[in-house]
Design a protein around this ligand. Structure first.
Ligand SMILES: [Zn+2]
Length: 405
């Protein structure tokens, strides 16, 4: 069994090496452009979206269907636009944030199909800044789909934003350290859910991840990486690909949940499964898997890099490890941090799909419950979560993994 799994791992590594293609988006921006504000206006059936820019830049604009969205890509601007602005007309909502290094994205959600009737830049004049103006007119589905096609060329070309990790041999590392990859959920243009205390999930997940990282590093036993250490977006798939490139021993994706019932509180740990363990787990997977959609990722690009059979072989072993770690983590959380009664759950979560890296998703608690949200946002709460996680990782490597090697 051991030999077989080693063989599979080697094969997977080779397959991966063949297809790993890193093409960072553009080059790091040398622009120093500020966005000082955005606003919406309505004139007849045309909705106008205006972006105030401090400098010269050529935004890219394209459309994505299902749901209907307009995506505007800018170089890495600094957003000084203040608070949220009311949308108008056909625009239902908008969001913005860093999408990759060097690229800032604005996504407009549309109520109905529409076309971009006009998109142009007005030069600075009479004390007013340069403005990027987009006029949006209602259309029908077939016109929208045609516009999606014709705007394809504008889509930003990127594969992954993450710098190539140093190749790590699959044999035991010289320093004997286990590699842990922490994945703070959401980020950049995908804020995650907004808790009752007015702090976005993406902010809290980063704080928790940093606390876990510090706690693990203090032991001297782990090499710790984070998929992001600032407010930036990553595609779901990119997140676990980072762990694979680093040959991680463990991948932990960190989130904070939301639910209609504001009384519900407590953390839980998820493993990957085709079938959800319950209705709430199913709803959770639907929410968490939407991240790419929210950020305006073009989902018709398929990037398959290993064959199905290899994945299946490795996945069985990986899932076994993942489930054992989840059990241990739940055990360590109980009594230290608020935890759901049934805290080990299963759902079809895209971020847990690395075939060869044991992975769990930690839903640290509910942002819809005031005391739970305050706990997650406090350094005391983060410290307790970090301690539980560190204890679980210690236990996992000293018992489960040792026994099986
Ligand atoms: Zn989340």
């Amino acid at each position: 069994m051991l030999q077989k799994s080693r063989f599979v791992r080697q094969l997977l590594k080779k397959a991966r090496a063949l297809v790993l293609c890193l093409a960072a988006f553009g080059s790091a921006s040398s622009y120093a452009v500020d966005v000082s504000g955005v606003r919406f206006g309505q004139n007849g059936d045309t909705t106008r979206f205006v972006v105030d820019l401090s400098g010269d830049t050529q935004p890219k604009i394209f459309l994505l269907a299902d749901p209907y969205r307009i995506v505007i890509d800018l170089p890495e601007v600094s957003w000084k636009g203040g608070g949220a602005v009311n949308t108008m007309g056909i625009v239902d909502g908008y969001r913005h944030g860093l999408f990759t290094d060097g690229m800032y994205r604005i996504v407009l959600d549309l109520k109905n199909p529409a076309v971009v009737a006009n998109a142009f830049t007005l030069p600075a004049s009479n004390g007013r800044e340069r403005r990027y103006v987009v006029d949006i007119k209602p259309s029908n589905r077939s016109q929208f789909l045609a516009a999606v096609q014709s705007s394809k060329a504008q889509r930003s070309q990127y594969r992954t934003t993450v710098q190539s990790a140093p190749a790590v041999s699959n044999t035991r590392r010289k320093d004997g350290k286990h590699v842990i990859v922490l994945d703070p959920g959401h980020g950049g243009v995908d804020p995650g859910n907004l808790g009752v205390i007015g702090v976005h999930e993406k902010v809290i997940t980063l704080k928790i991840a940093r606390a876990i990282r510090d706690e693990l590093k203090r032991t001297g036993r782990y090499e710790v990486h984070m998929t992001r250490n600032r407010d930036i977006f990553h595609k779901v798939r990119e997140r676990f690909q980072i762990a694979r490139r680093l040959n991680a021993d463990l991948f932990i994706s960190i989130h904070a949940d939301s639910i209609r019932n504001s009384k519900v509180r407590g953390g839980s740990v998820y493993n990957l499964s085709e079938k959800a363990s319950d209705r709430e787990a199913e709803r959770l997977a639907a929410r968490e898997n939407k991240s790419d959609l929210i950020a305006g990722v073009n989902l018709d690009v398929v990037e398959d890099d290993v064959s199905g059979i290899l994945i299946e072989l490795a996945q069985r072993e990986t899932m076994n490890y993942s489930a054992q770690f989840a059990e241990i983590l739940v055990g360590e959380m109980k009594g230290r941090v608020p935890t759901l009664q049934r805290a080990h759950r299963f759902a079809n979560l895209g971020v847990l799909k690395a075939p060869d890296v044991p992975s769990v998703l930690l839903e640290a608690g509910y942002l819809t419950n005031r005391s739970n949200a305050q706990f997650l946002n406090s350094s005391r709460g983060q410290k307790l979560i970090a301690e539980s996680t560190r204890r679980a990782i210690d236990k996992y490597f000293s018992t489960i993994v040792i026994q099986s090697r």
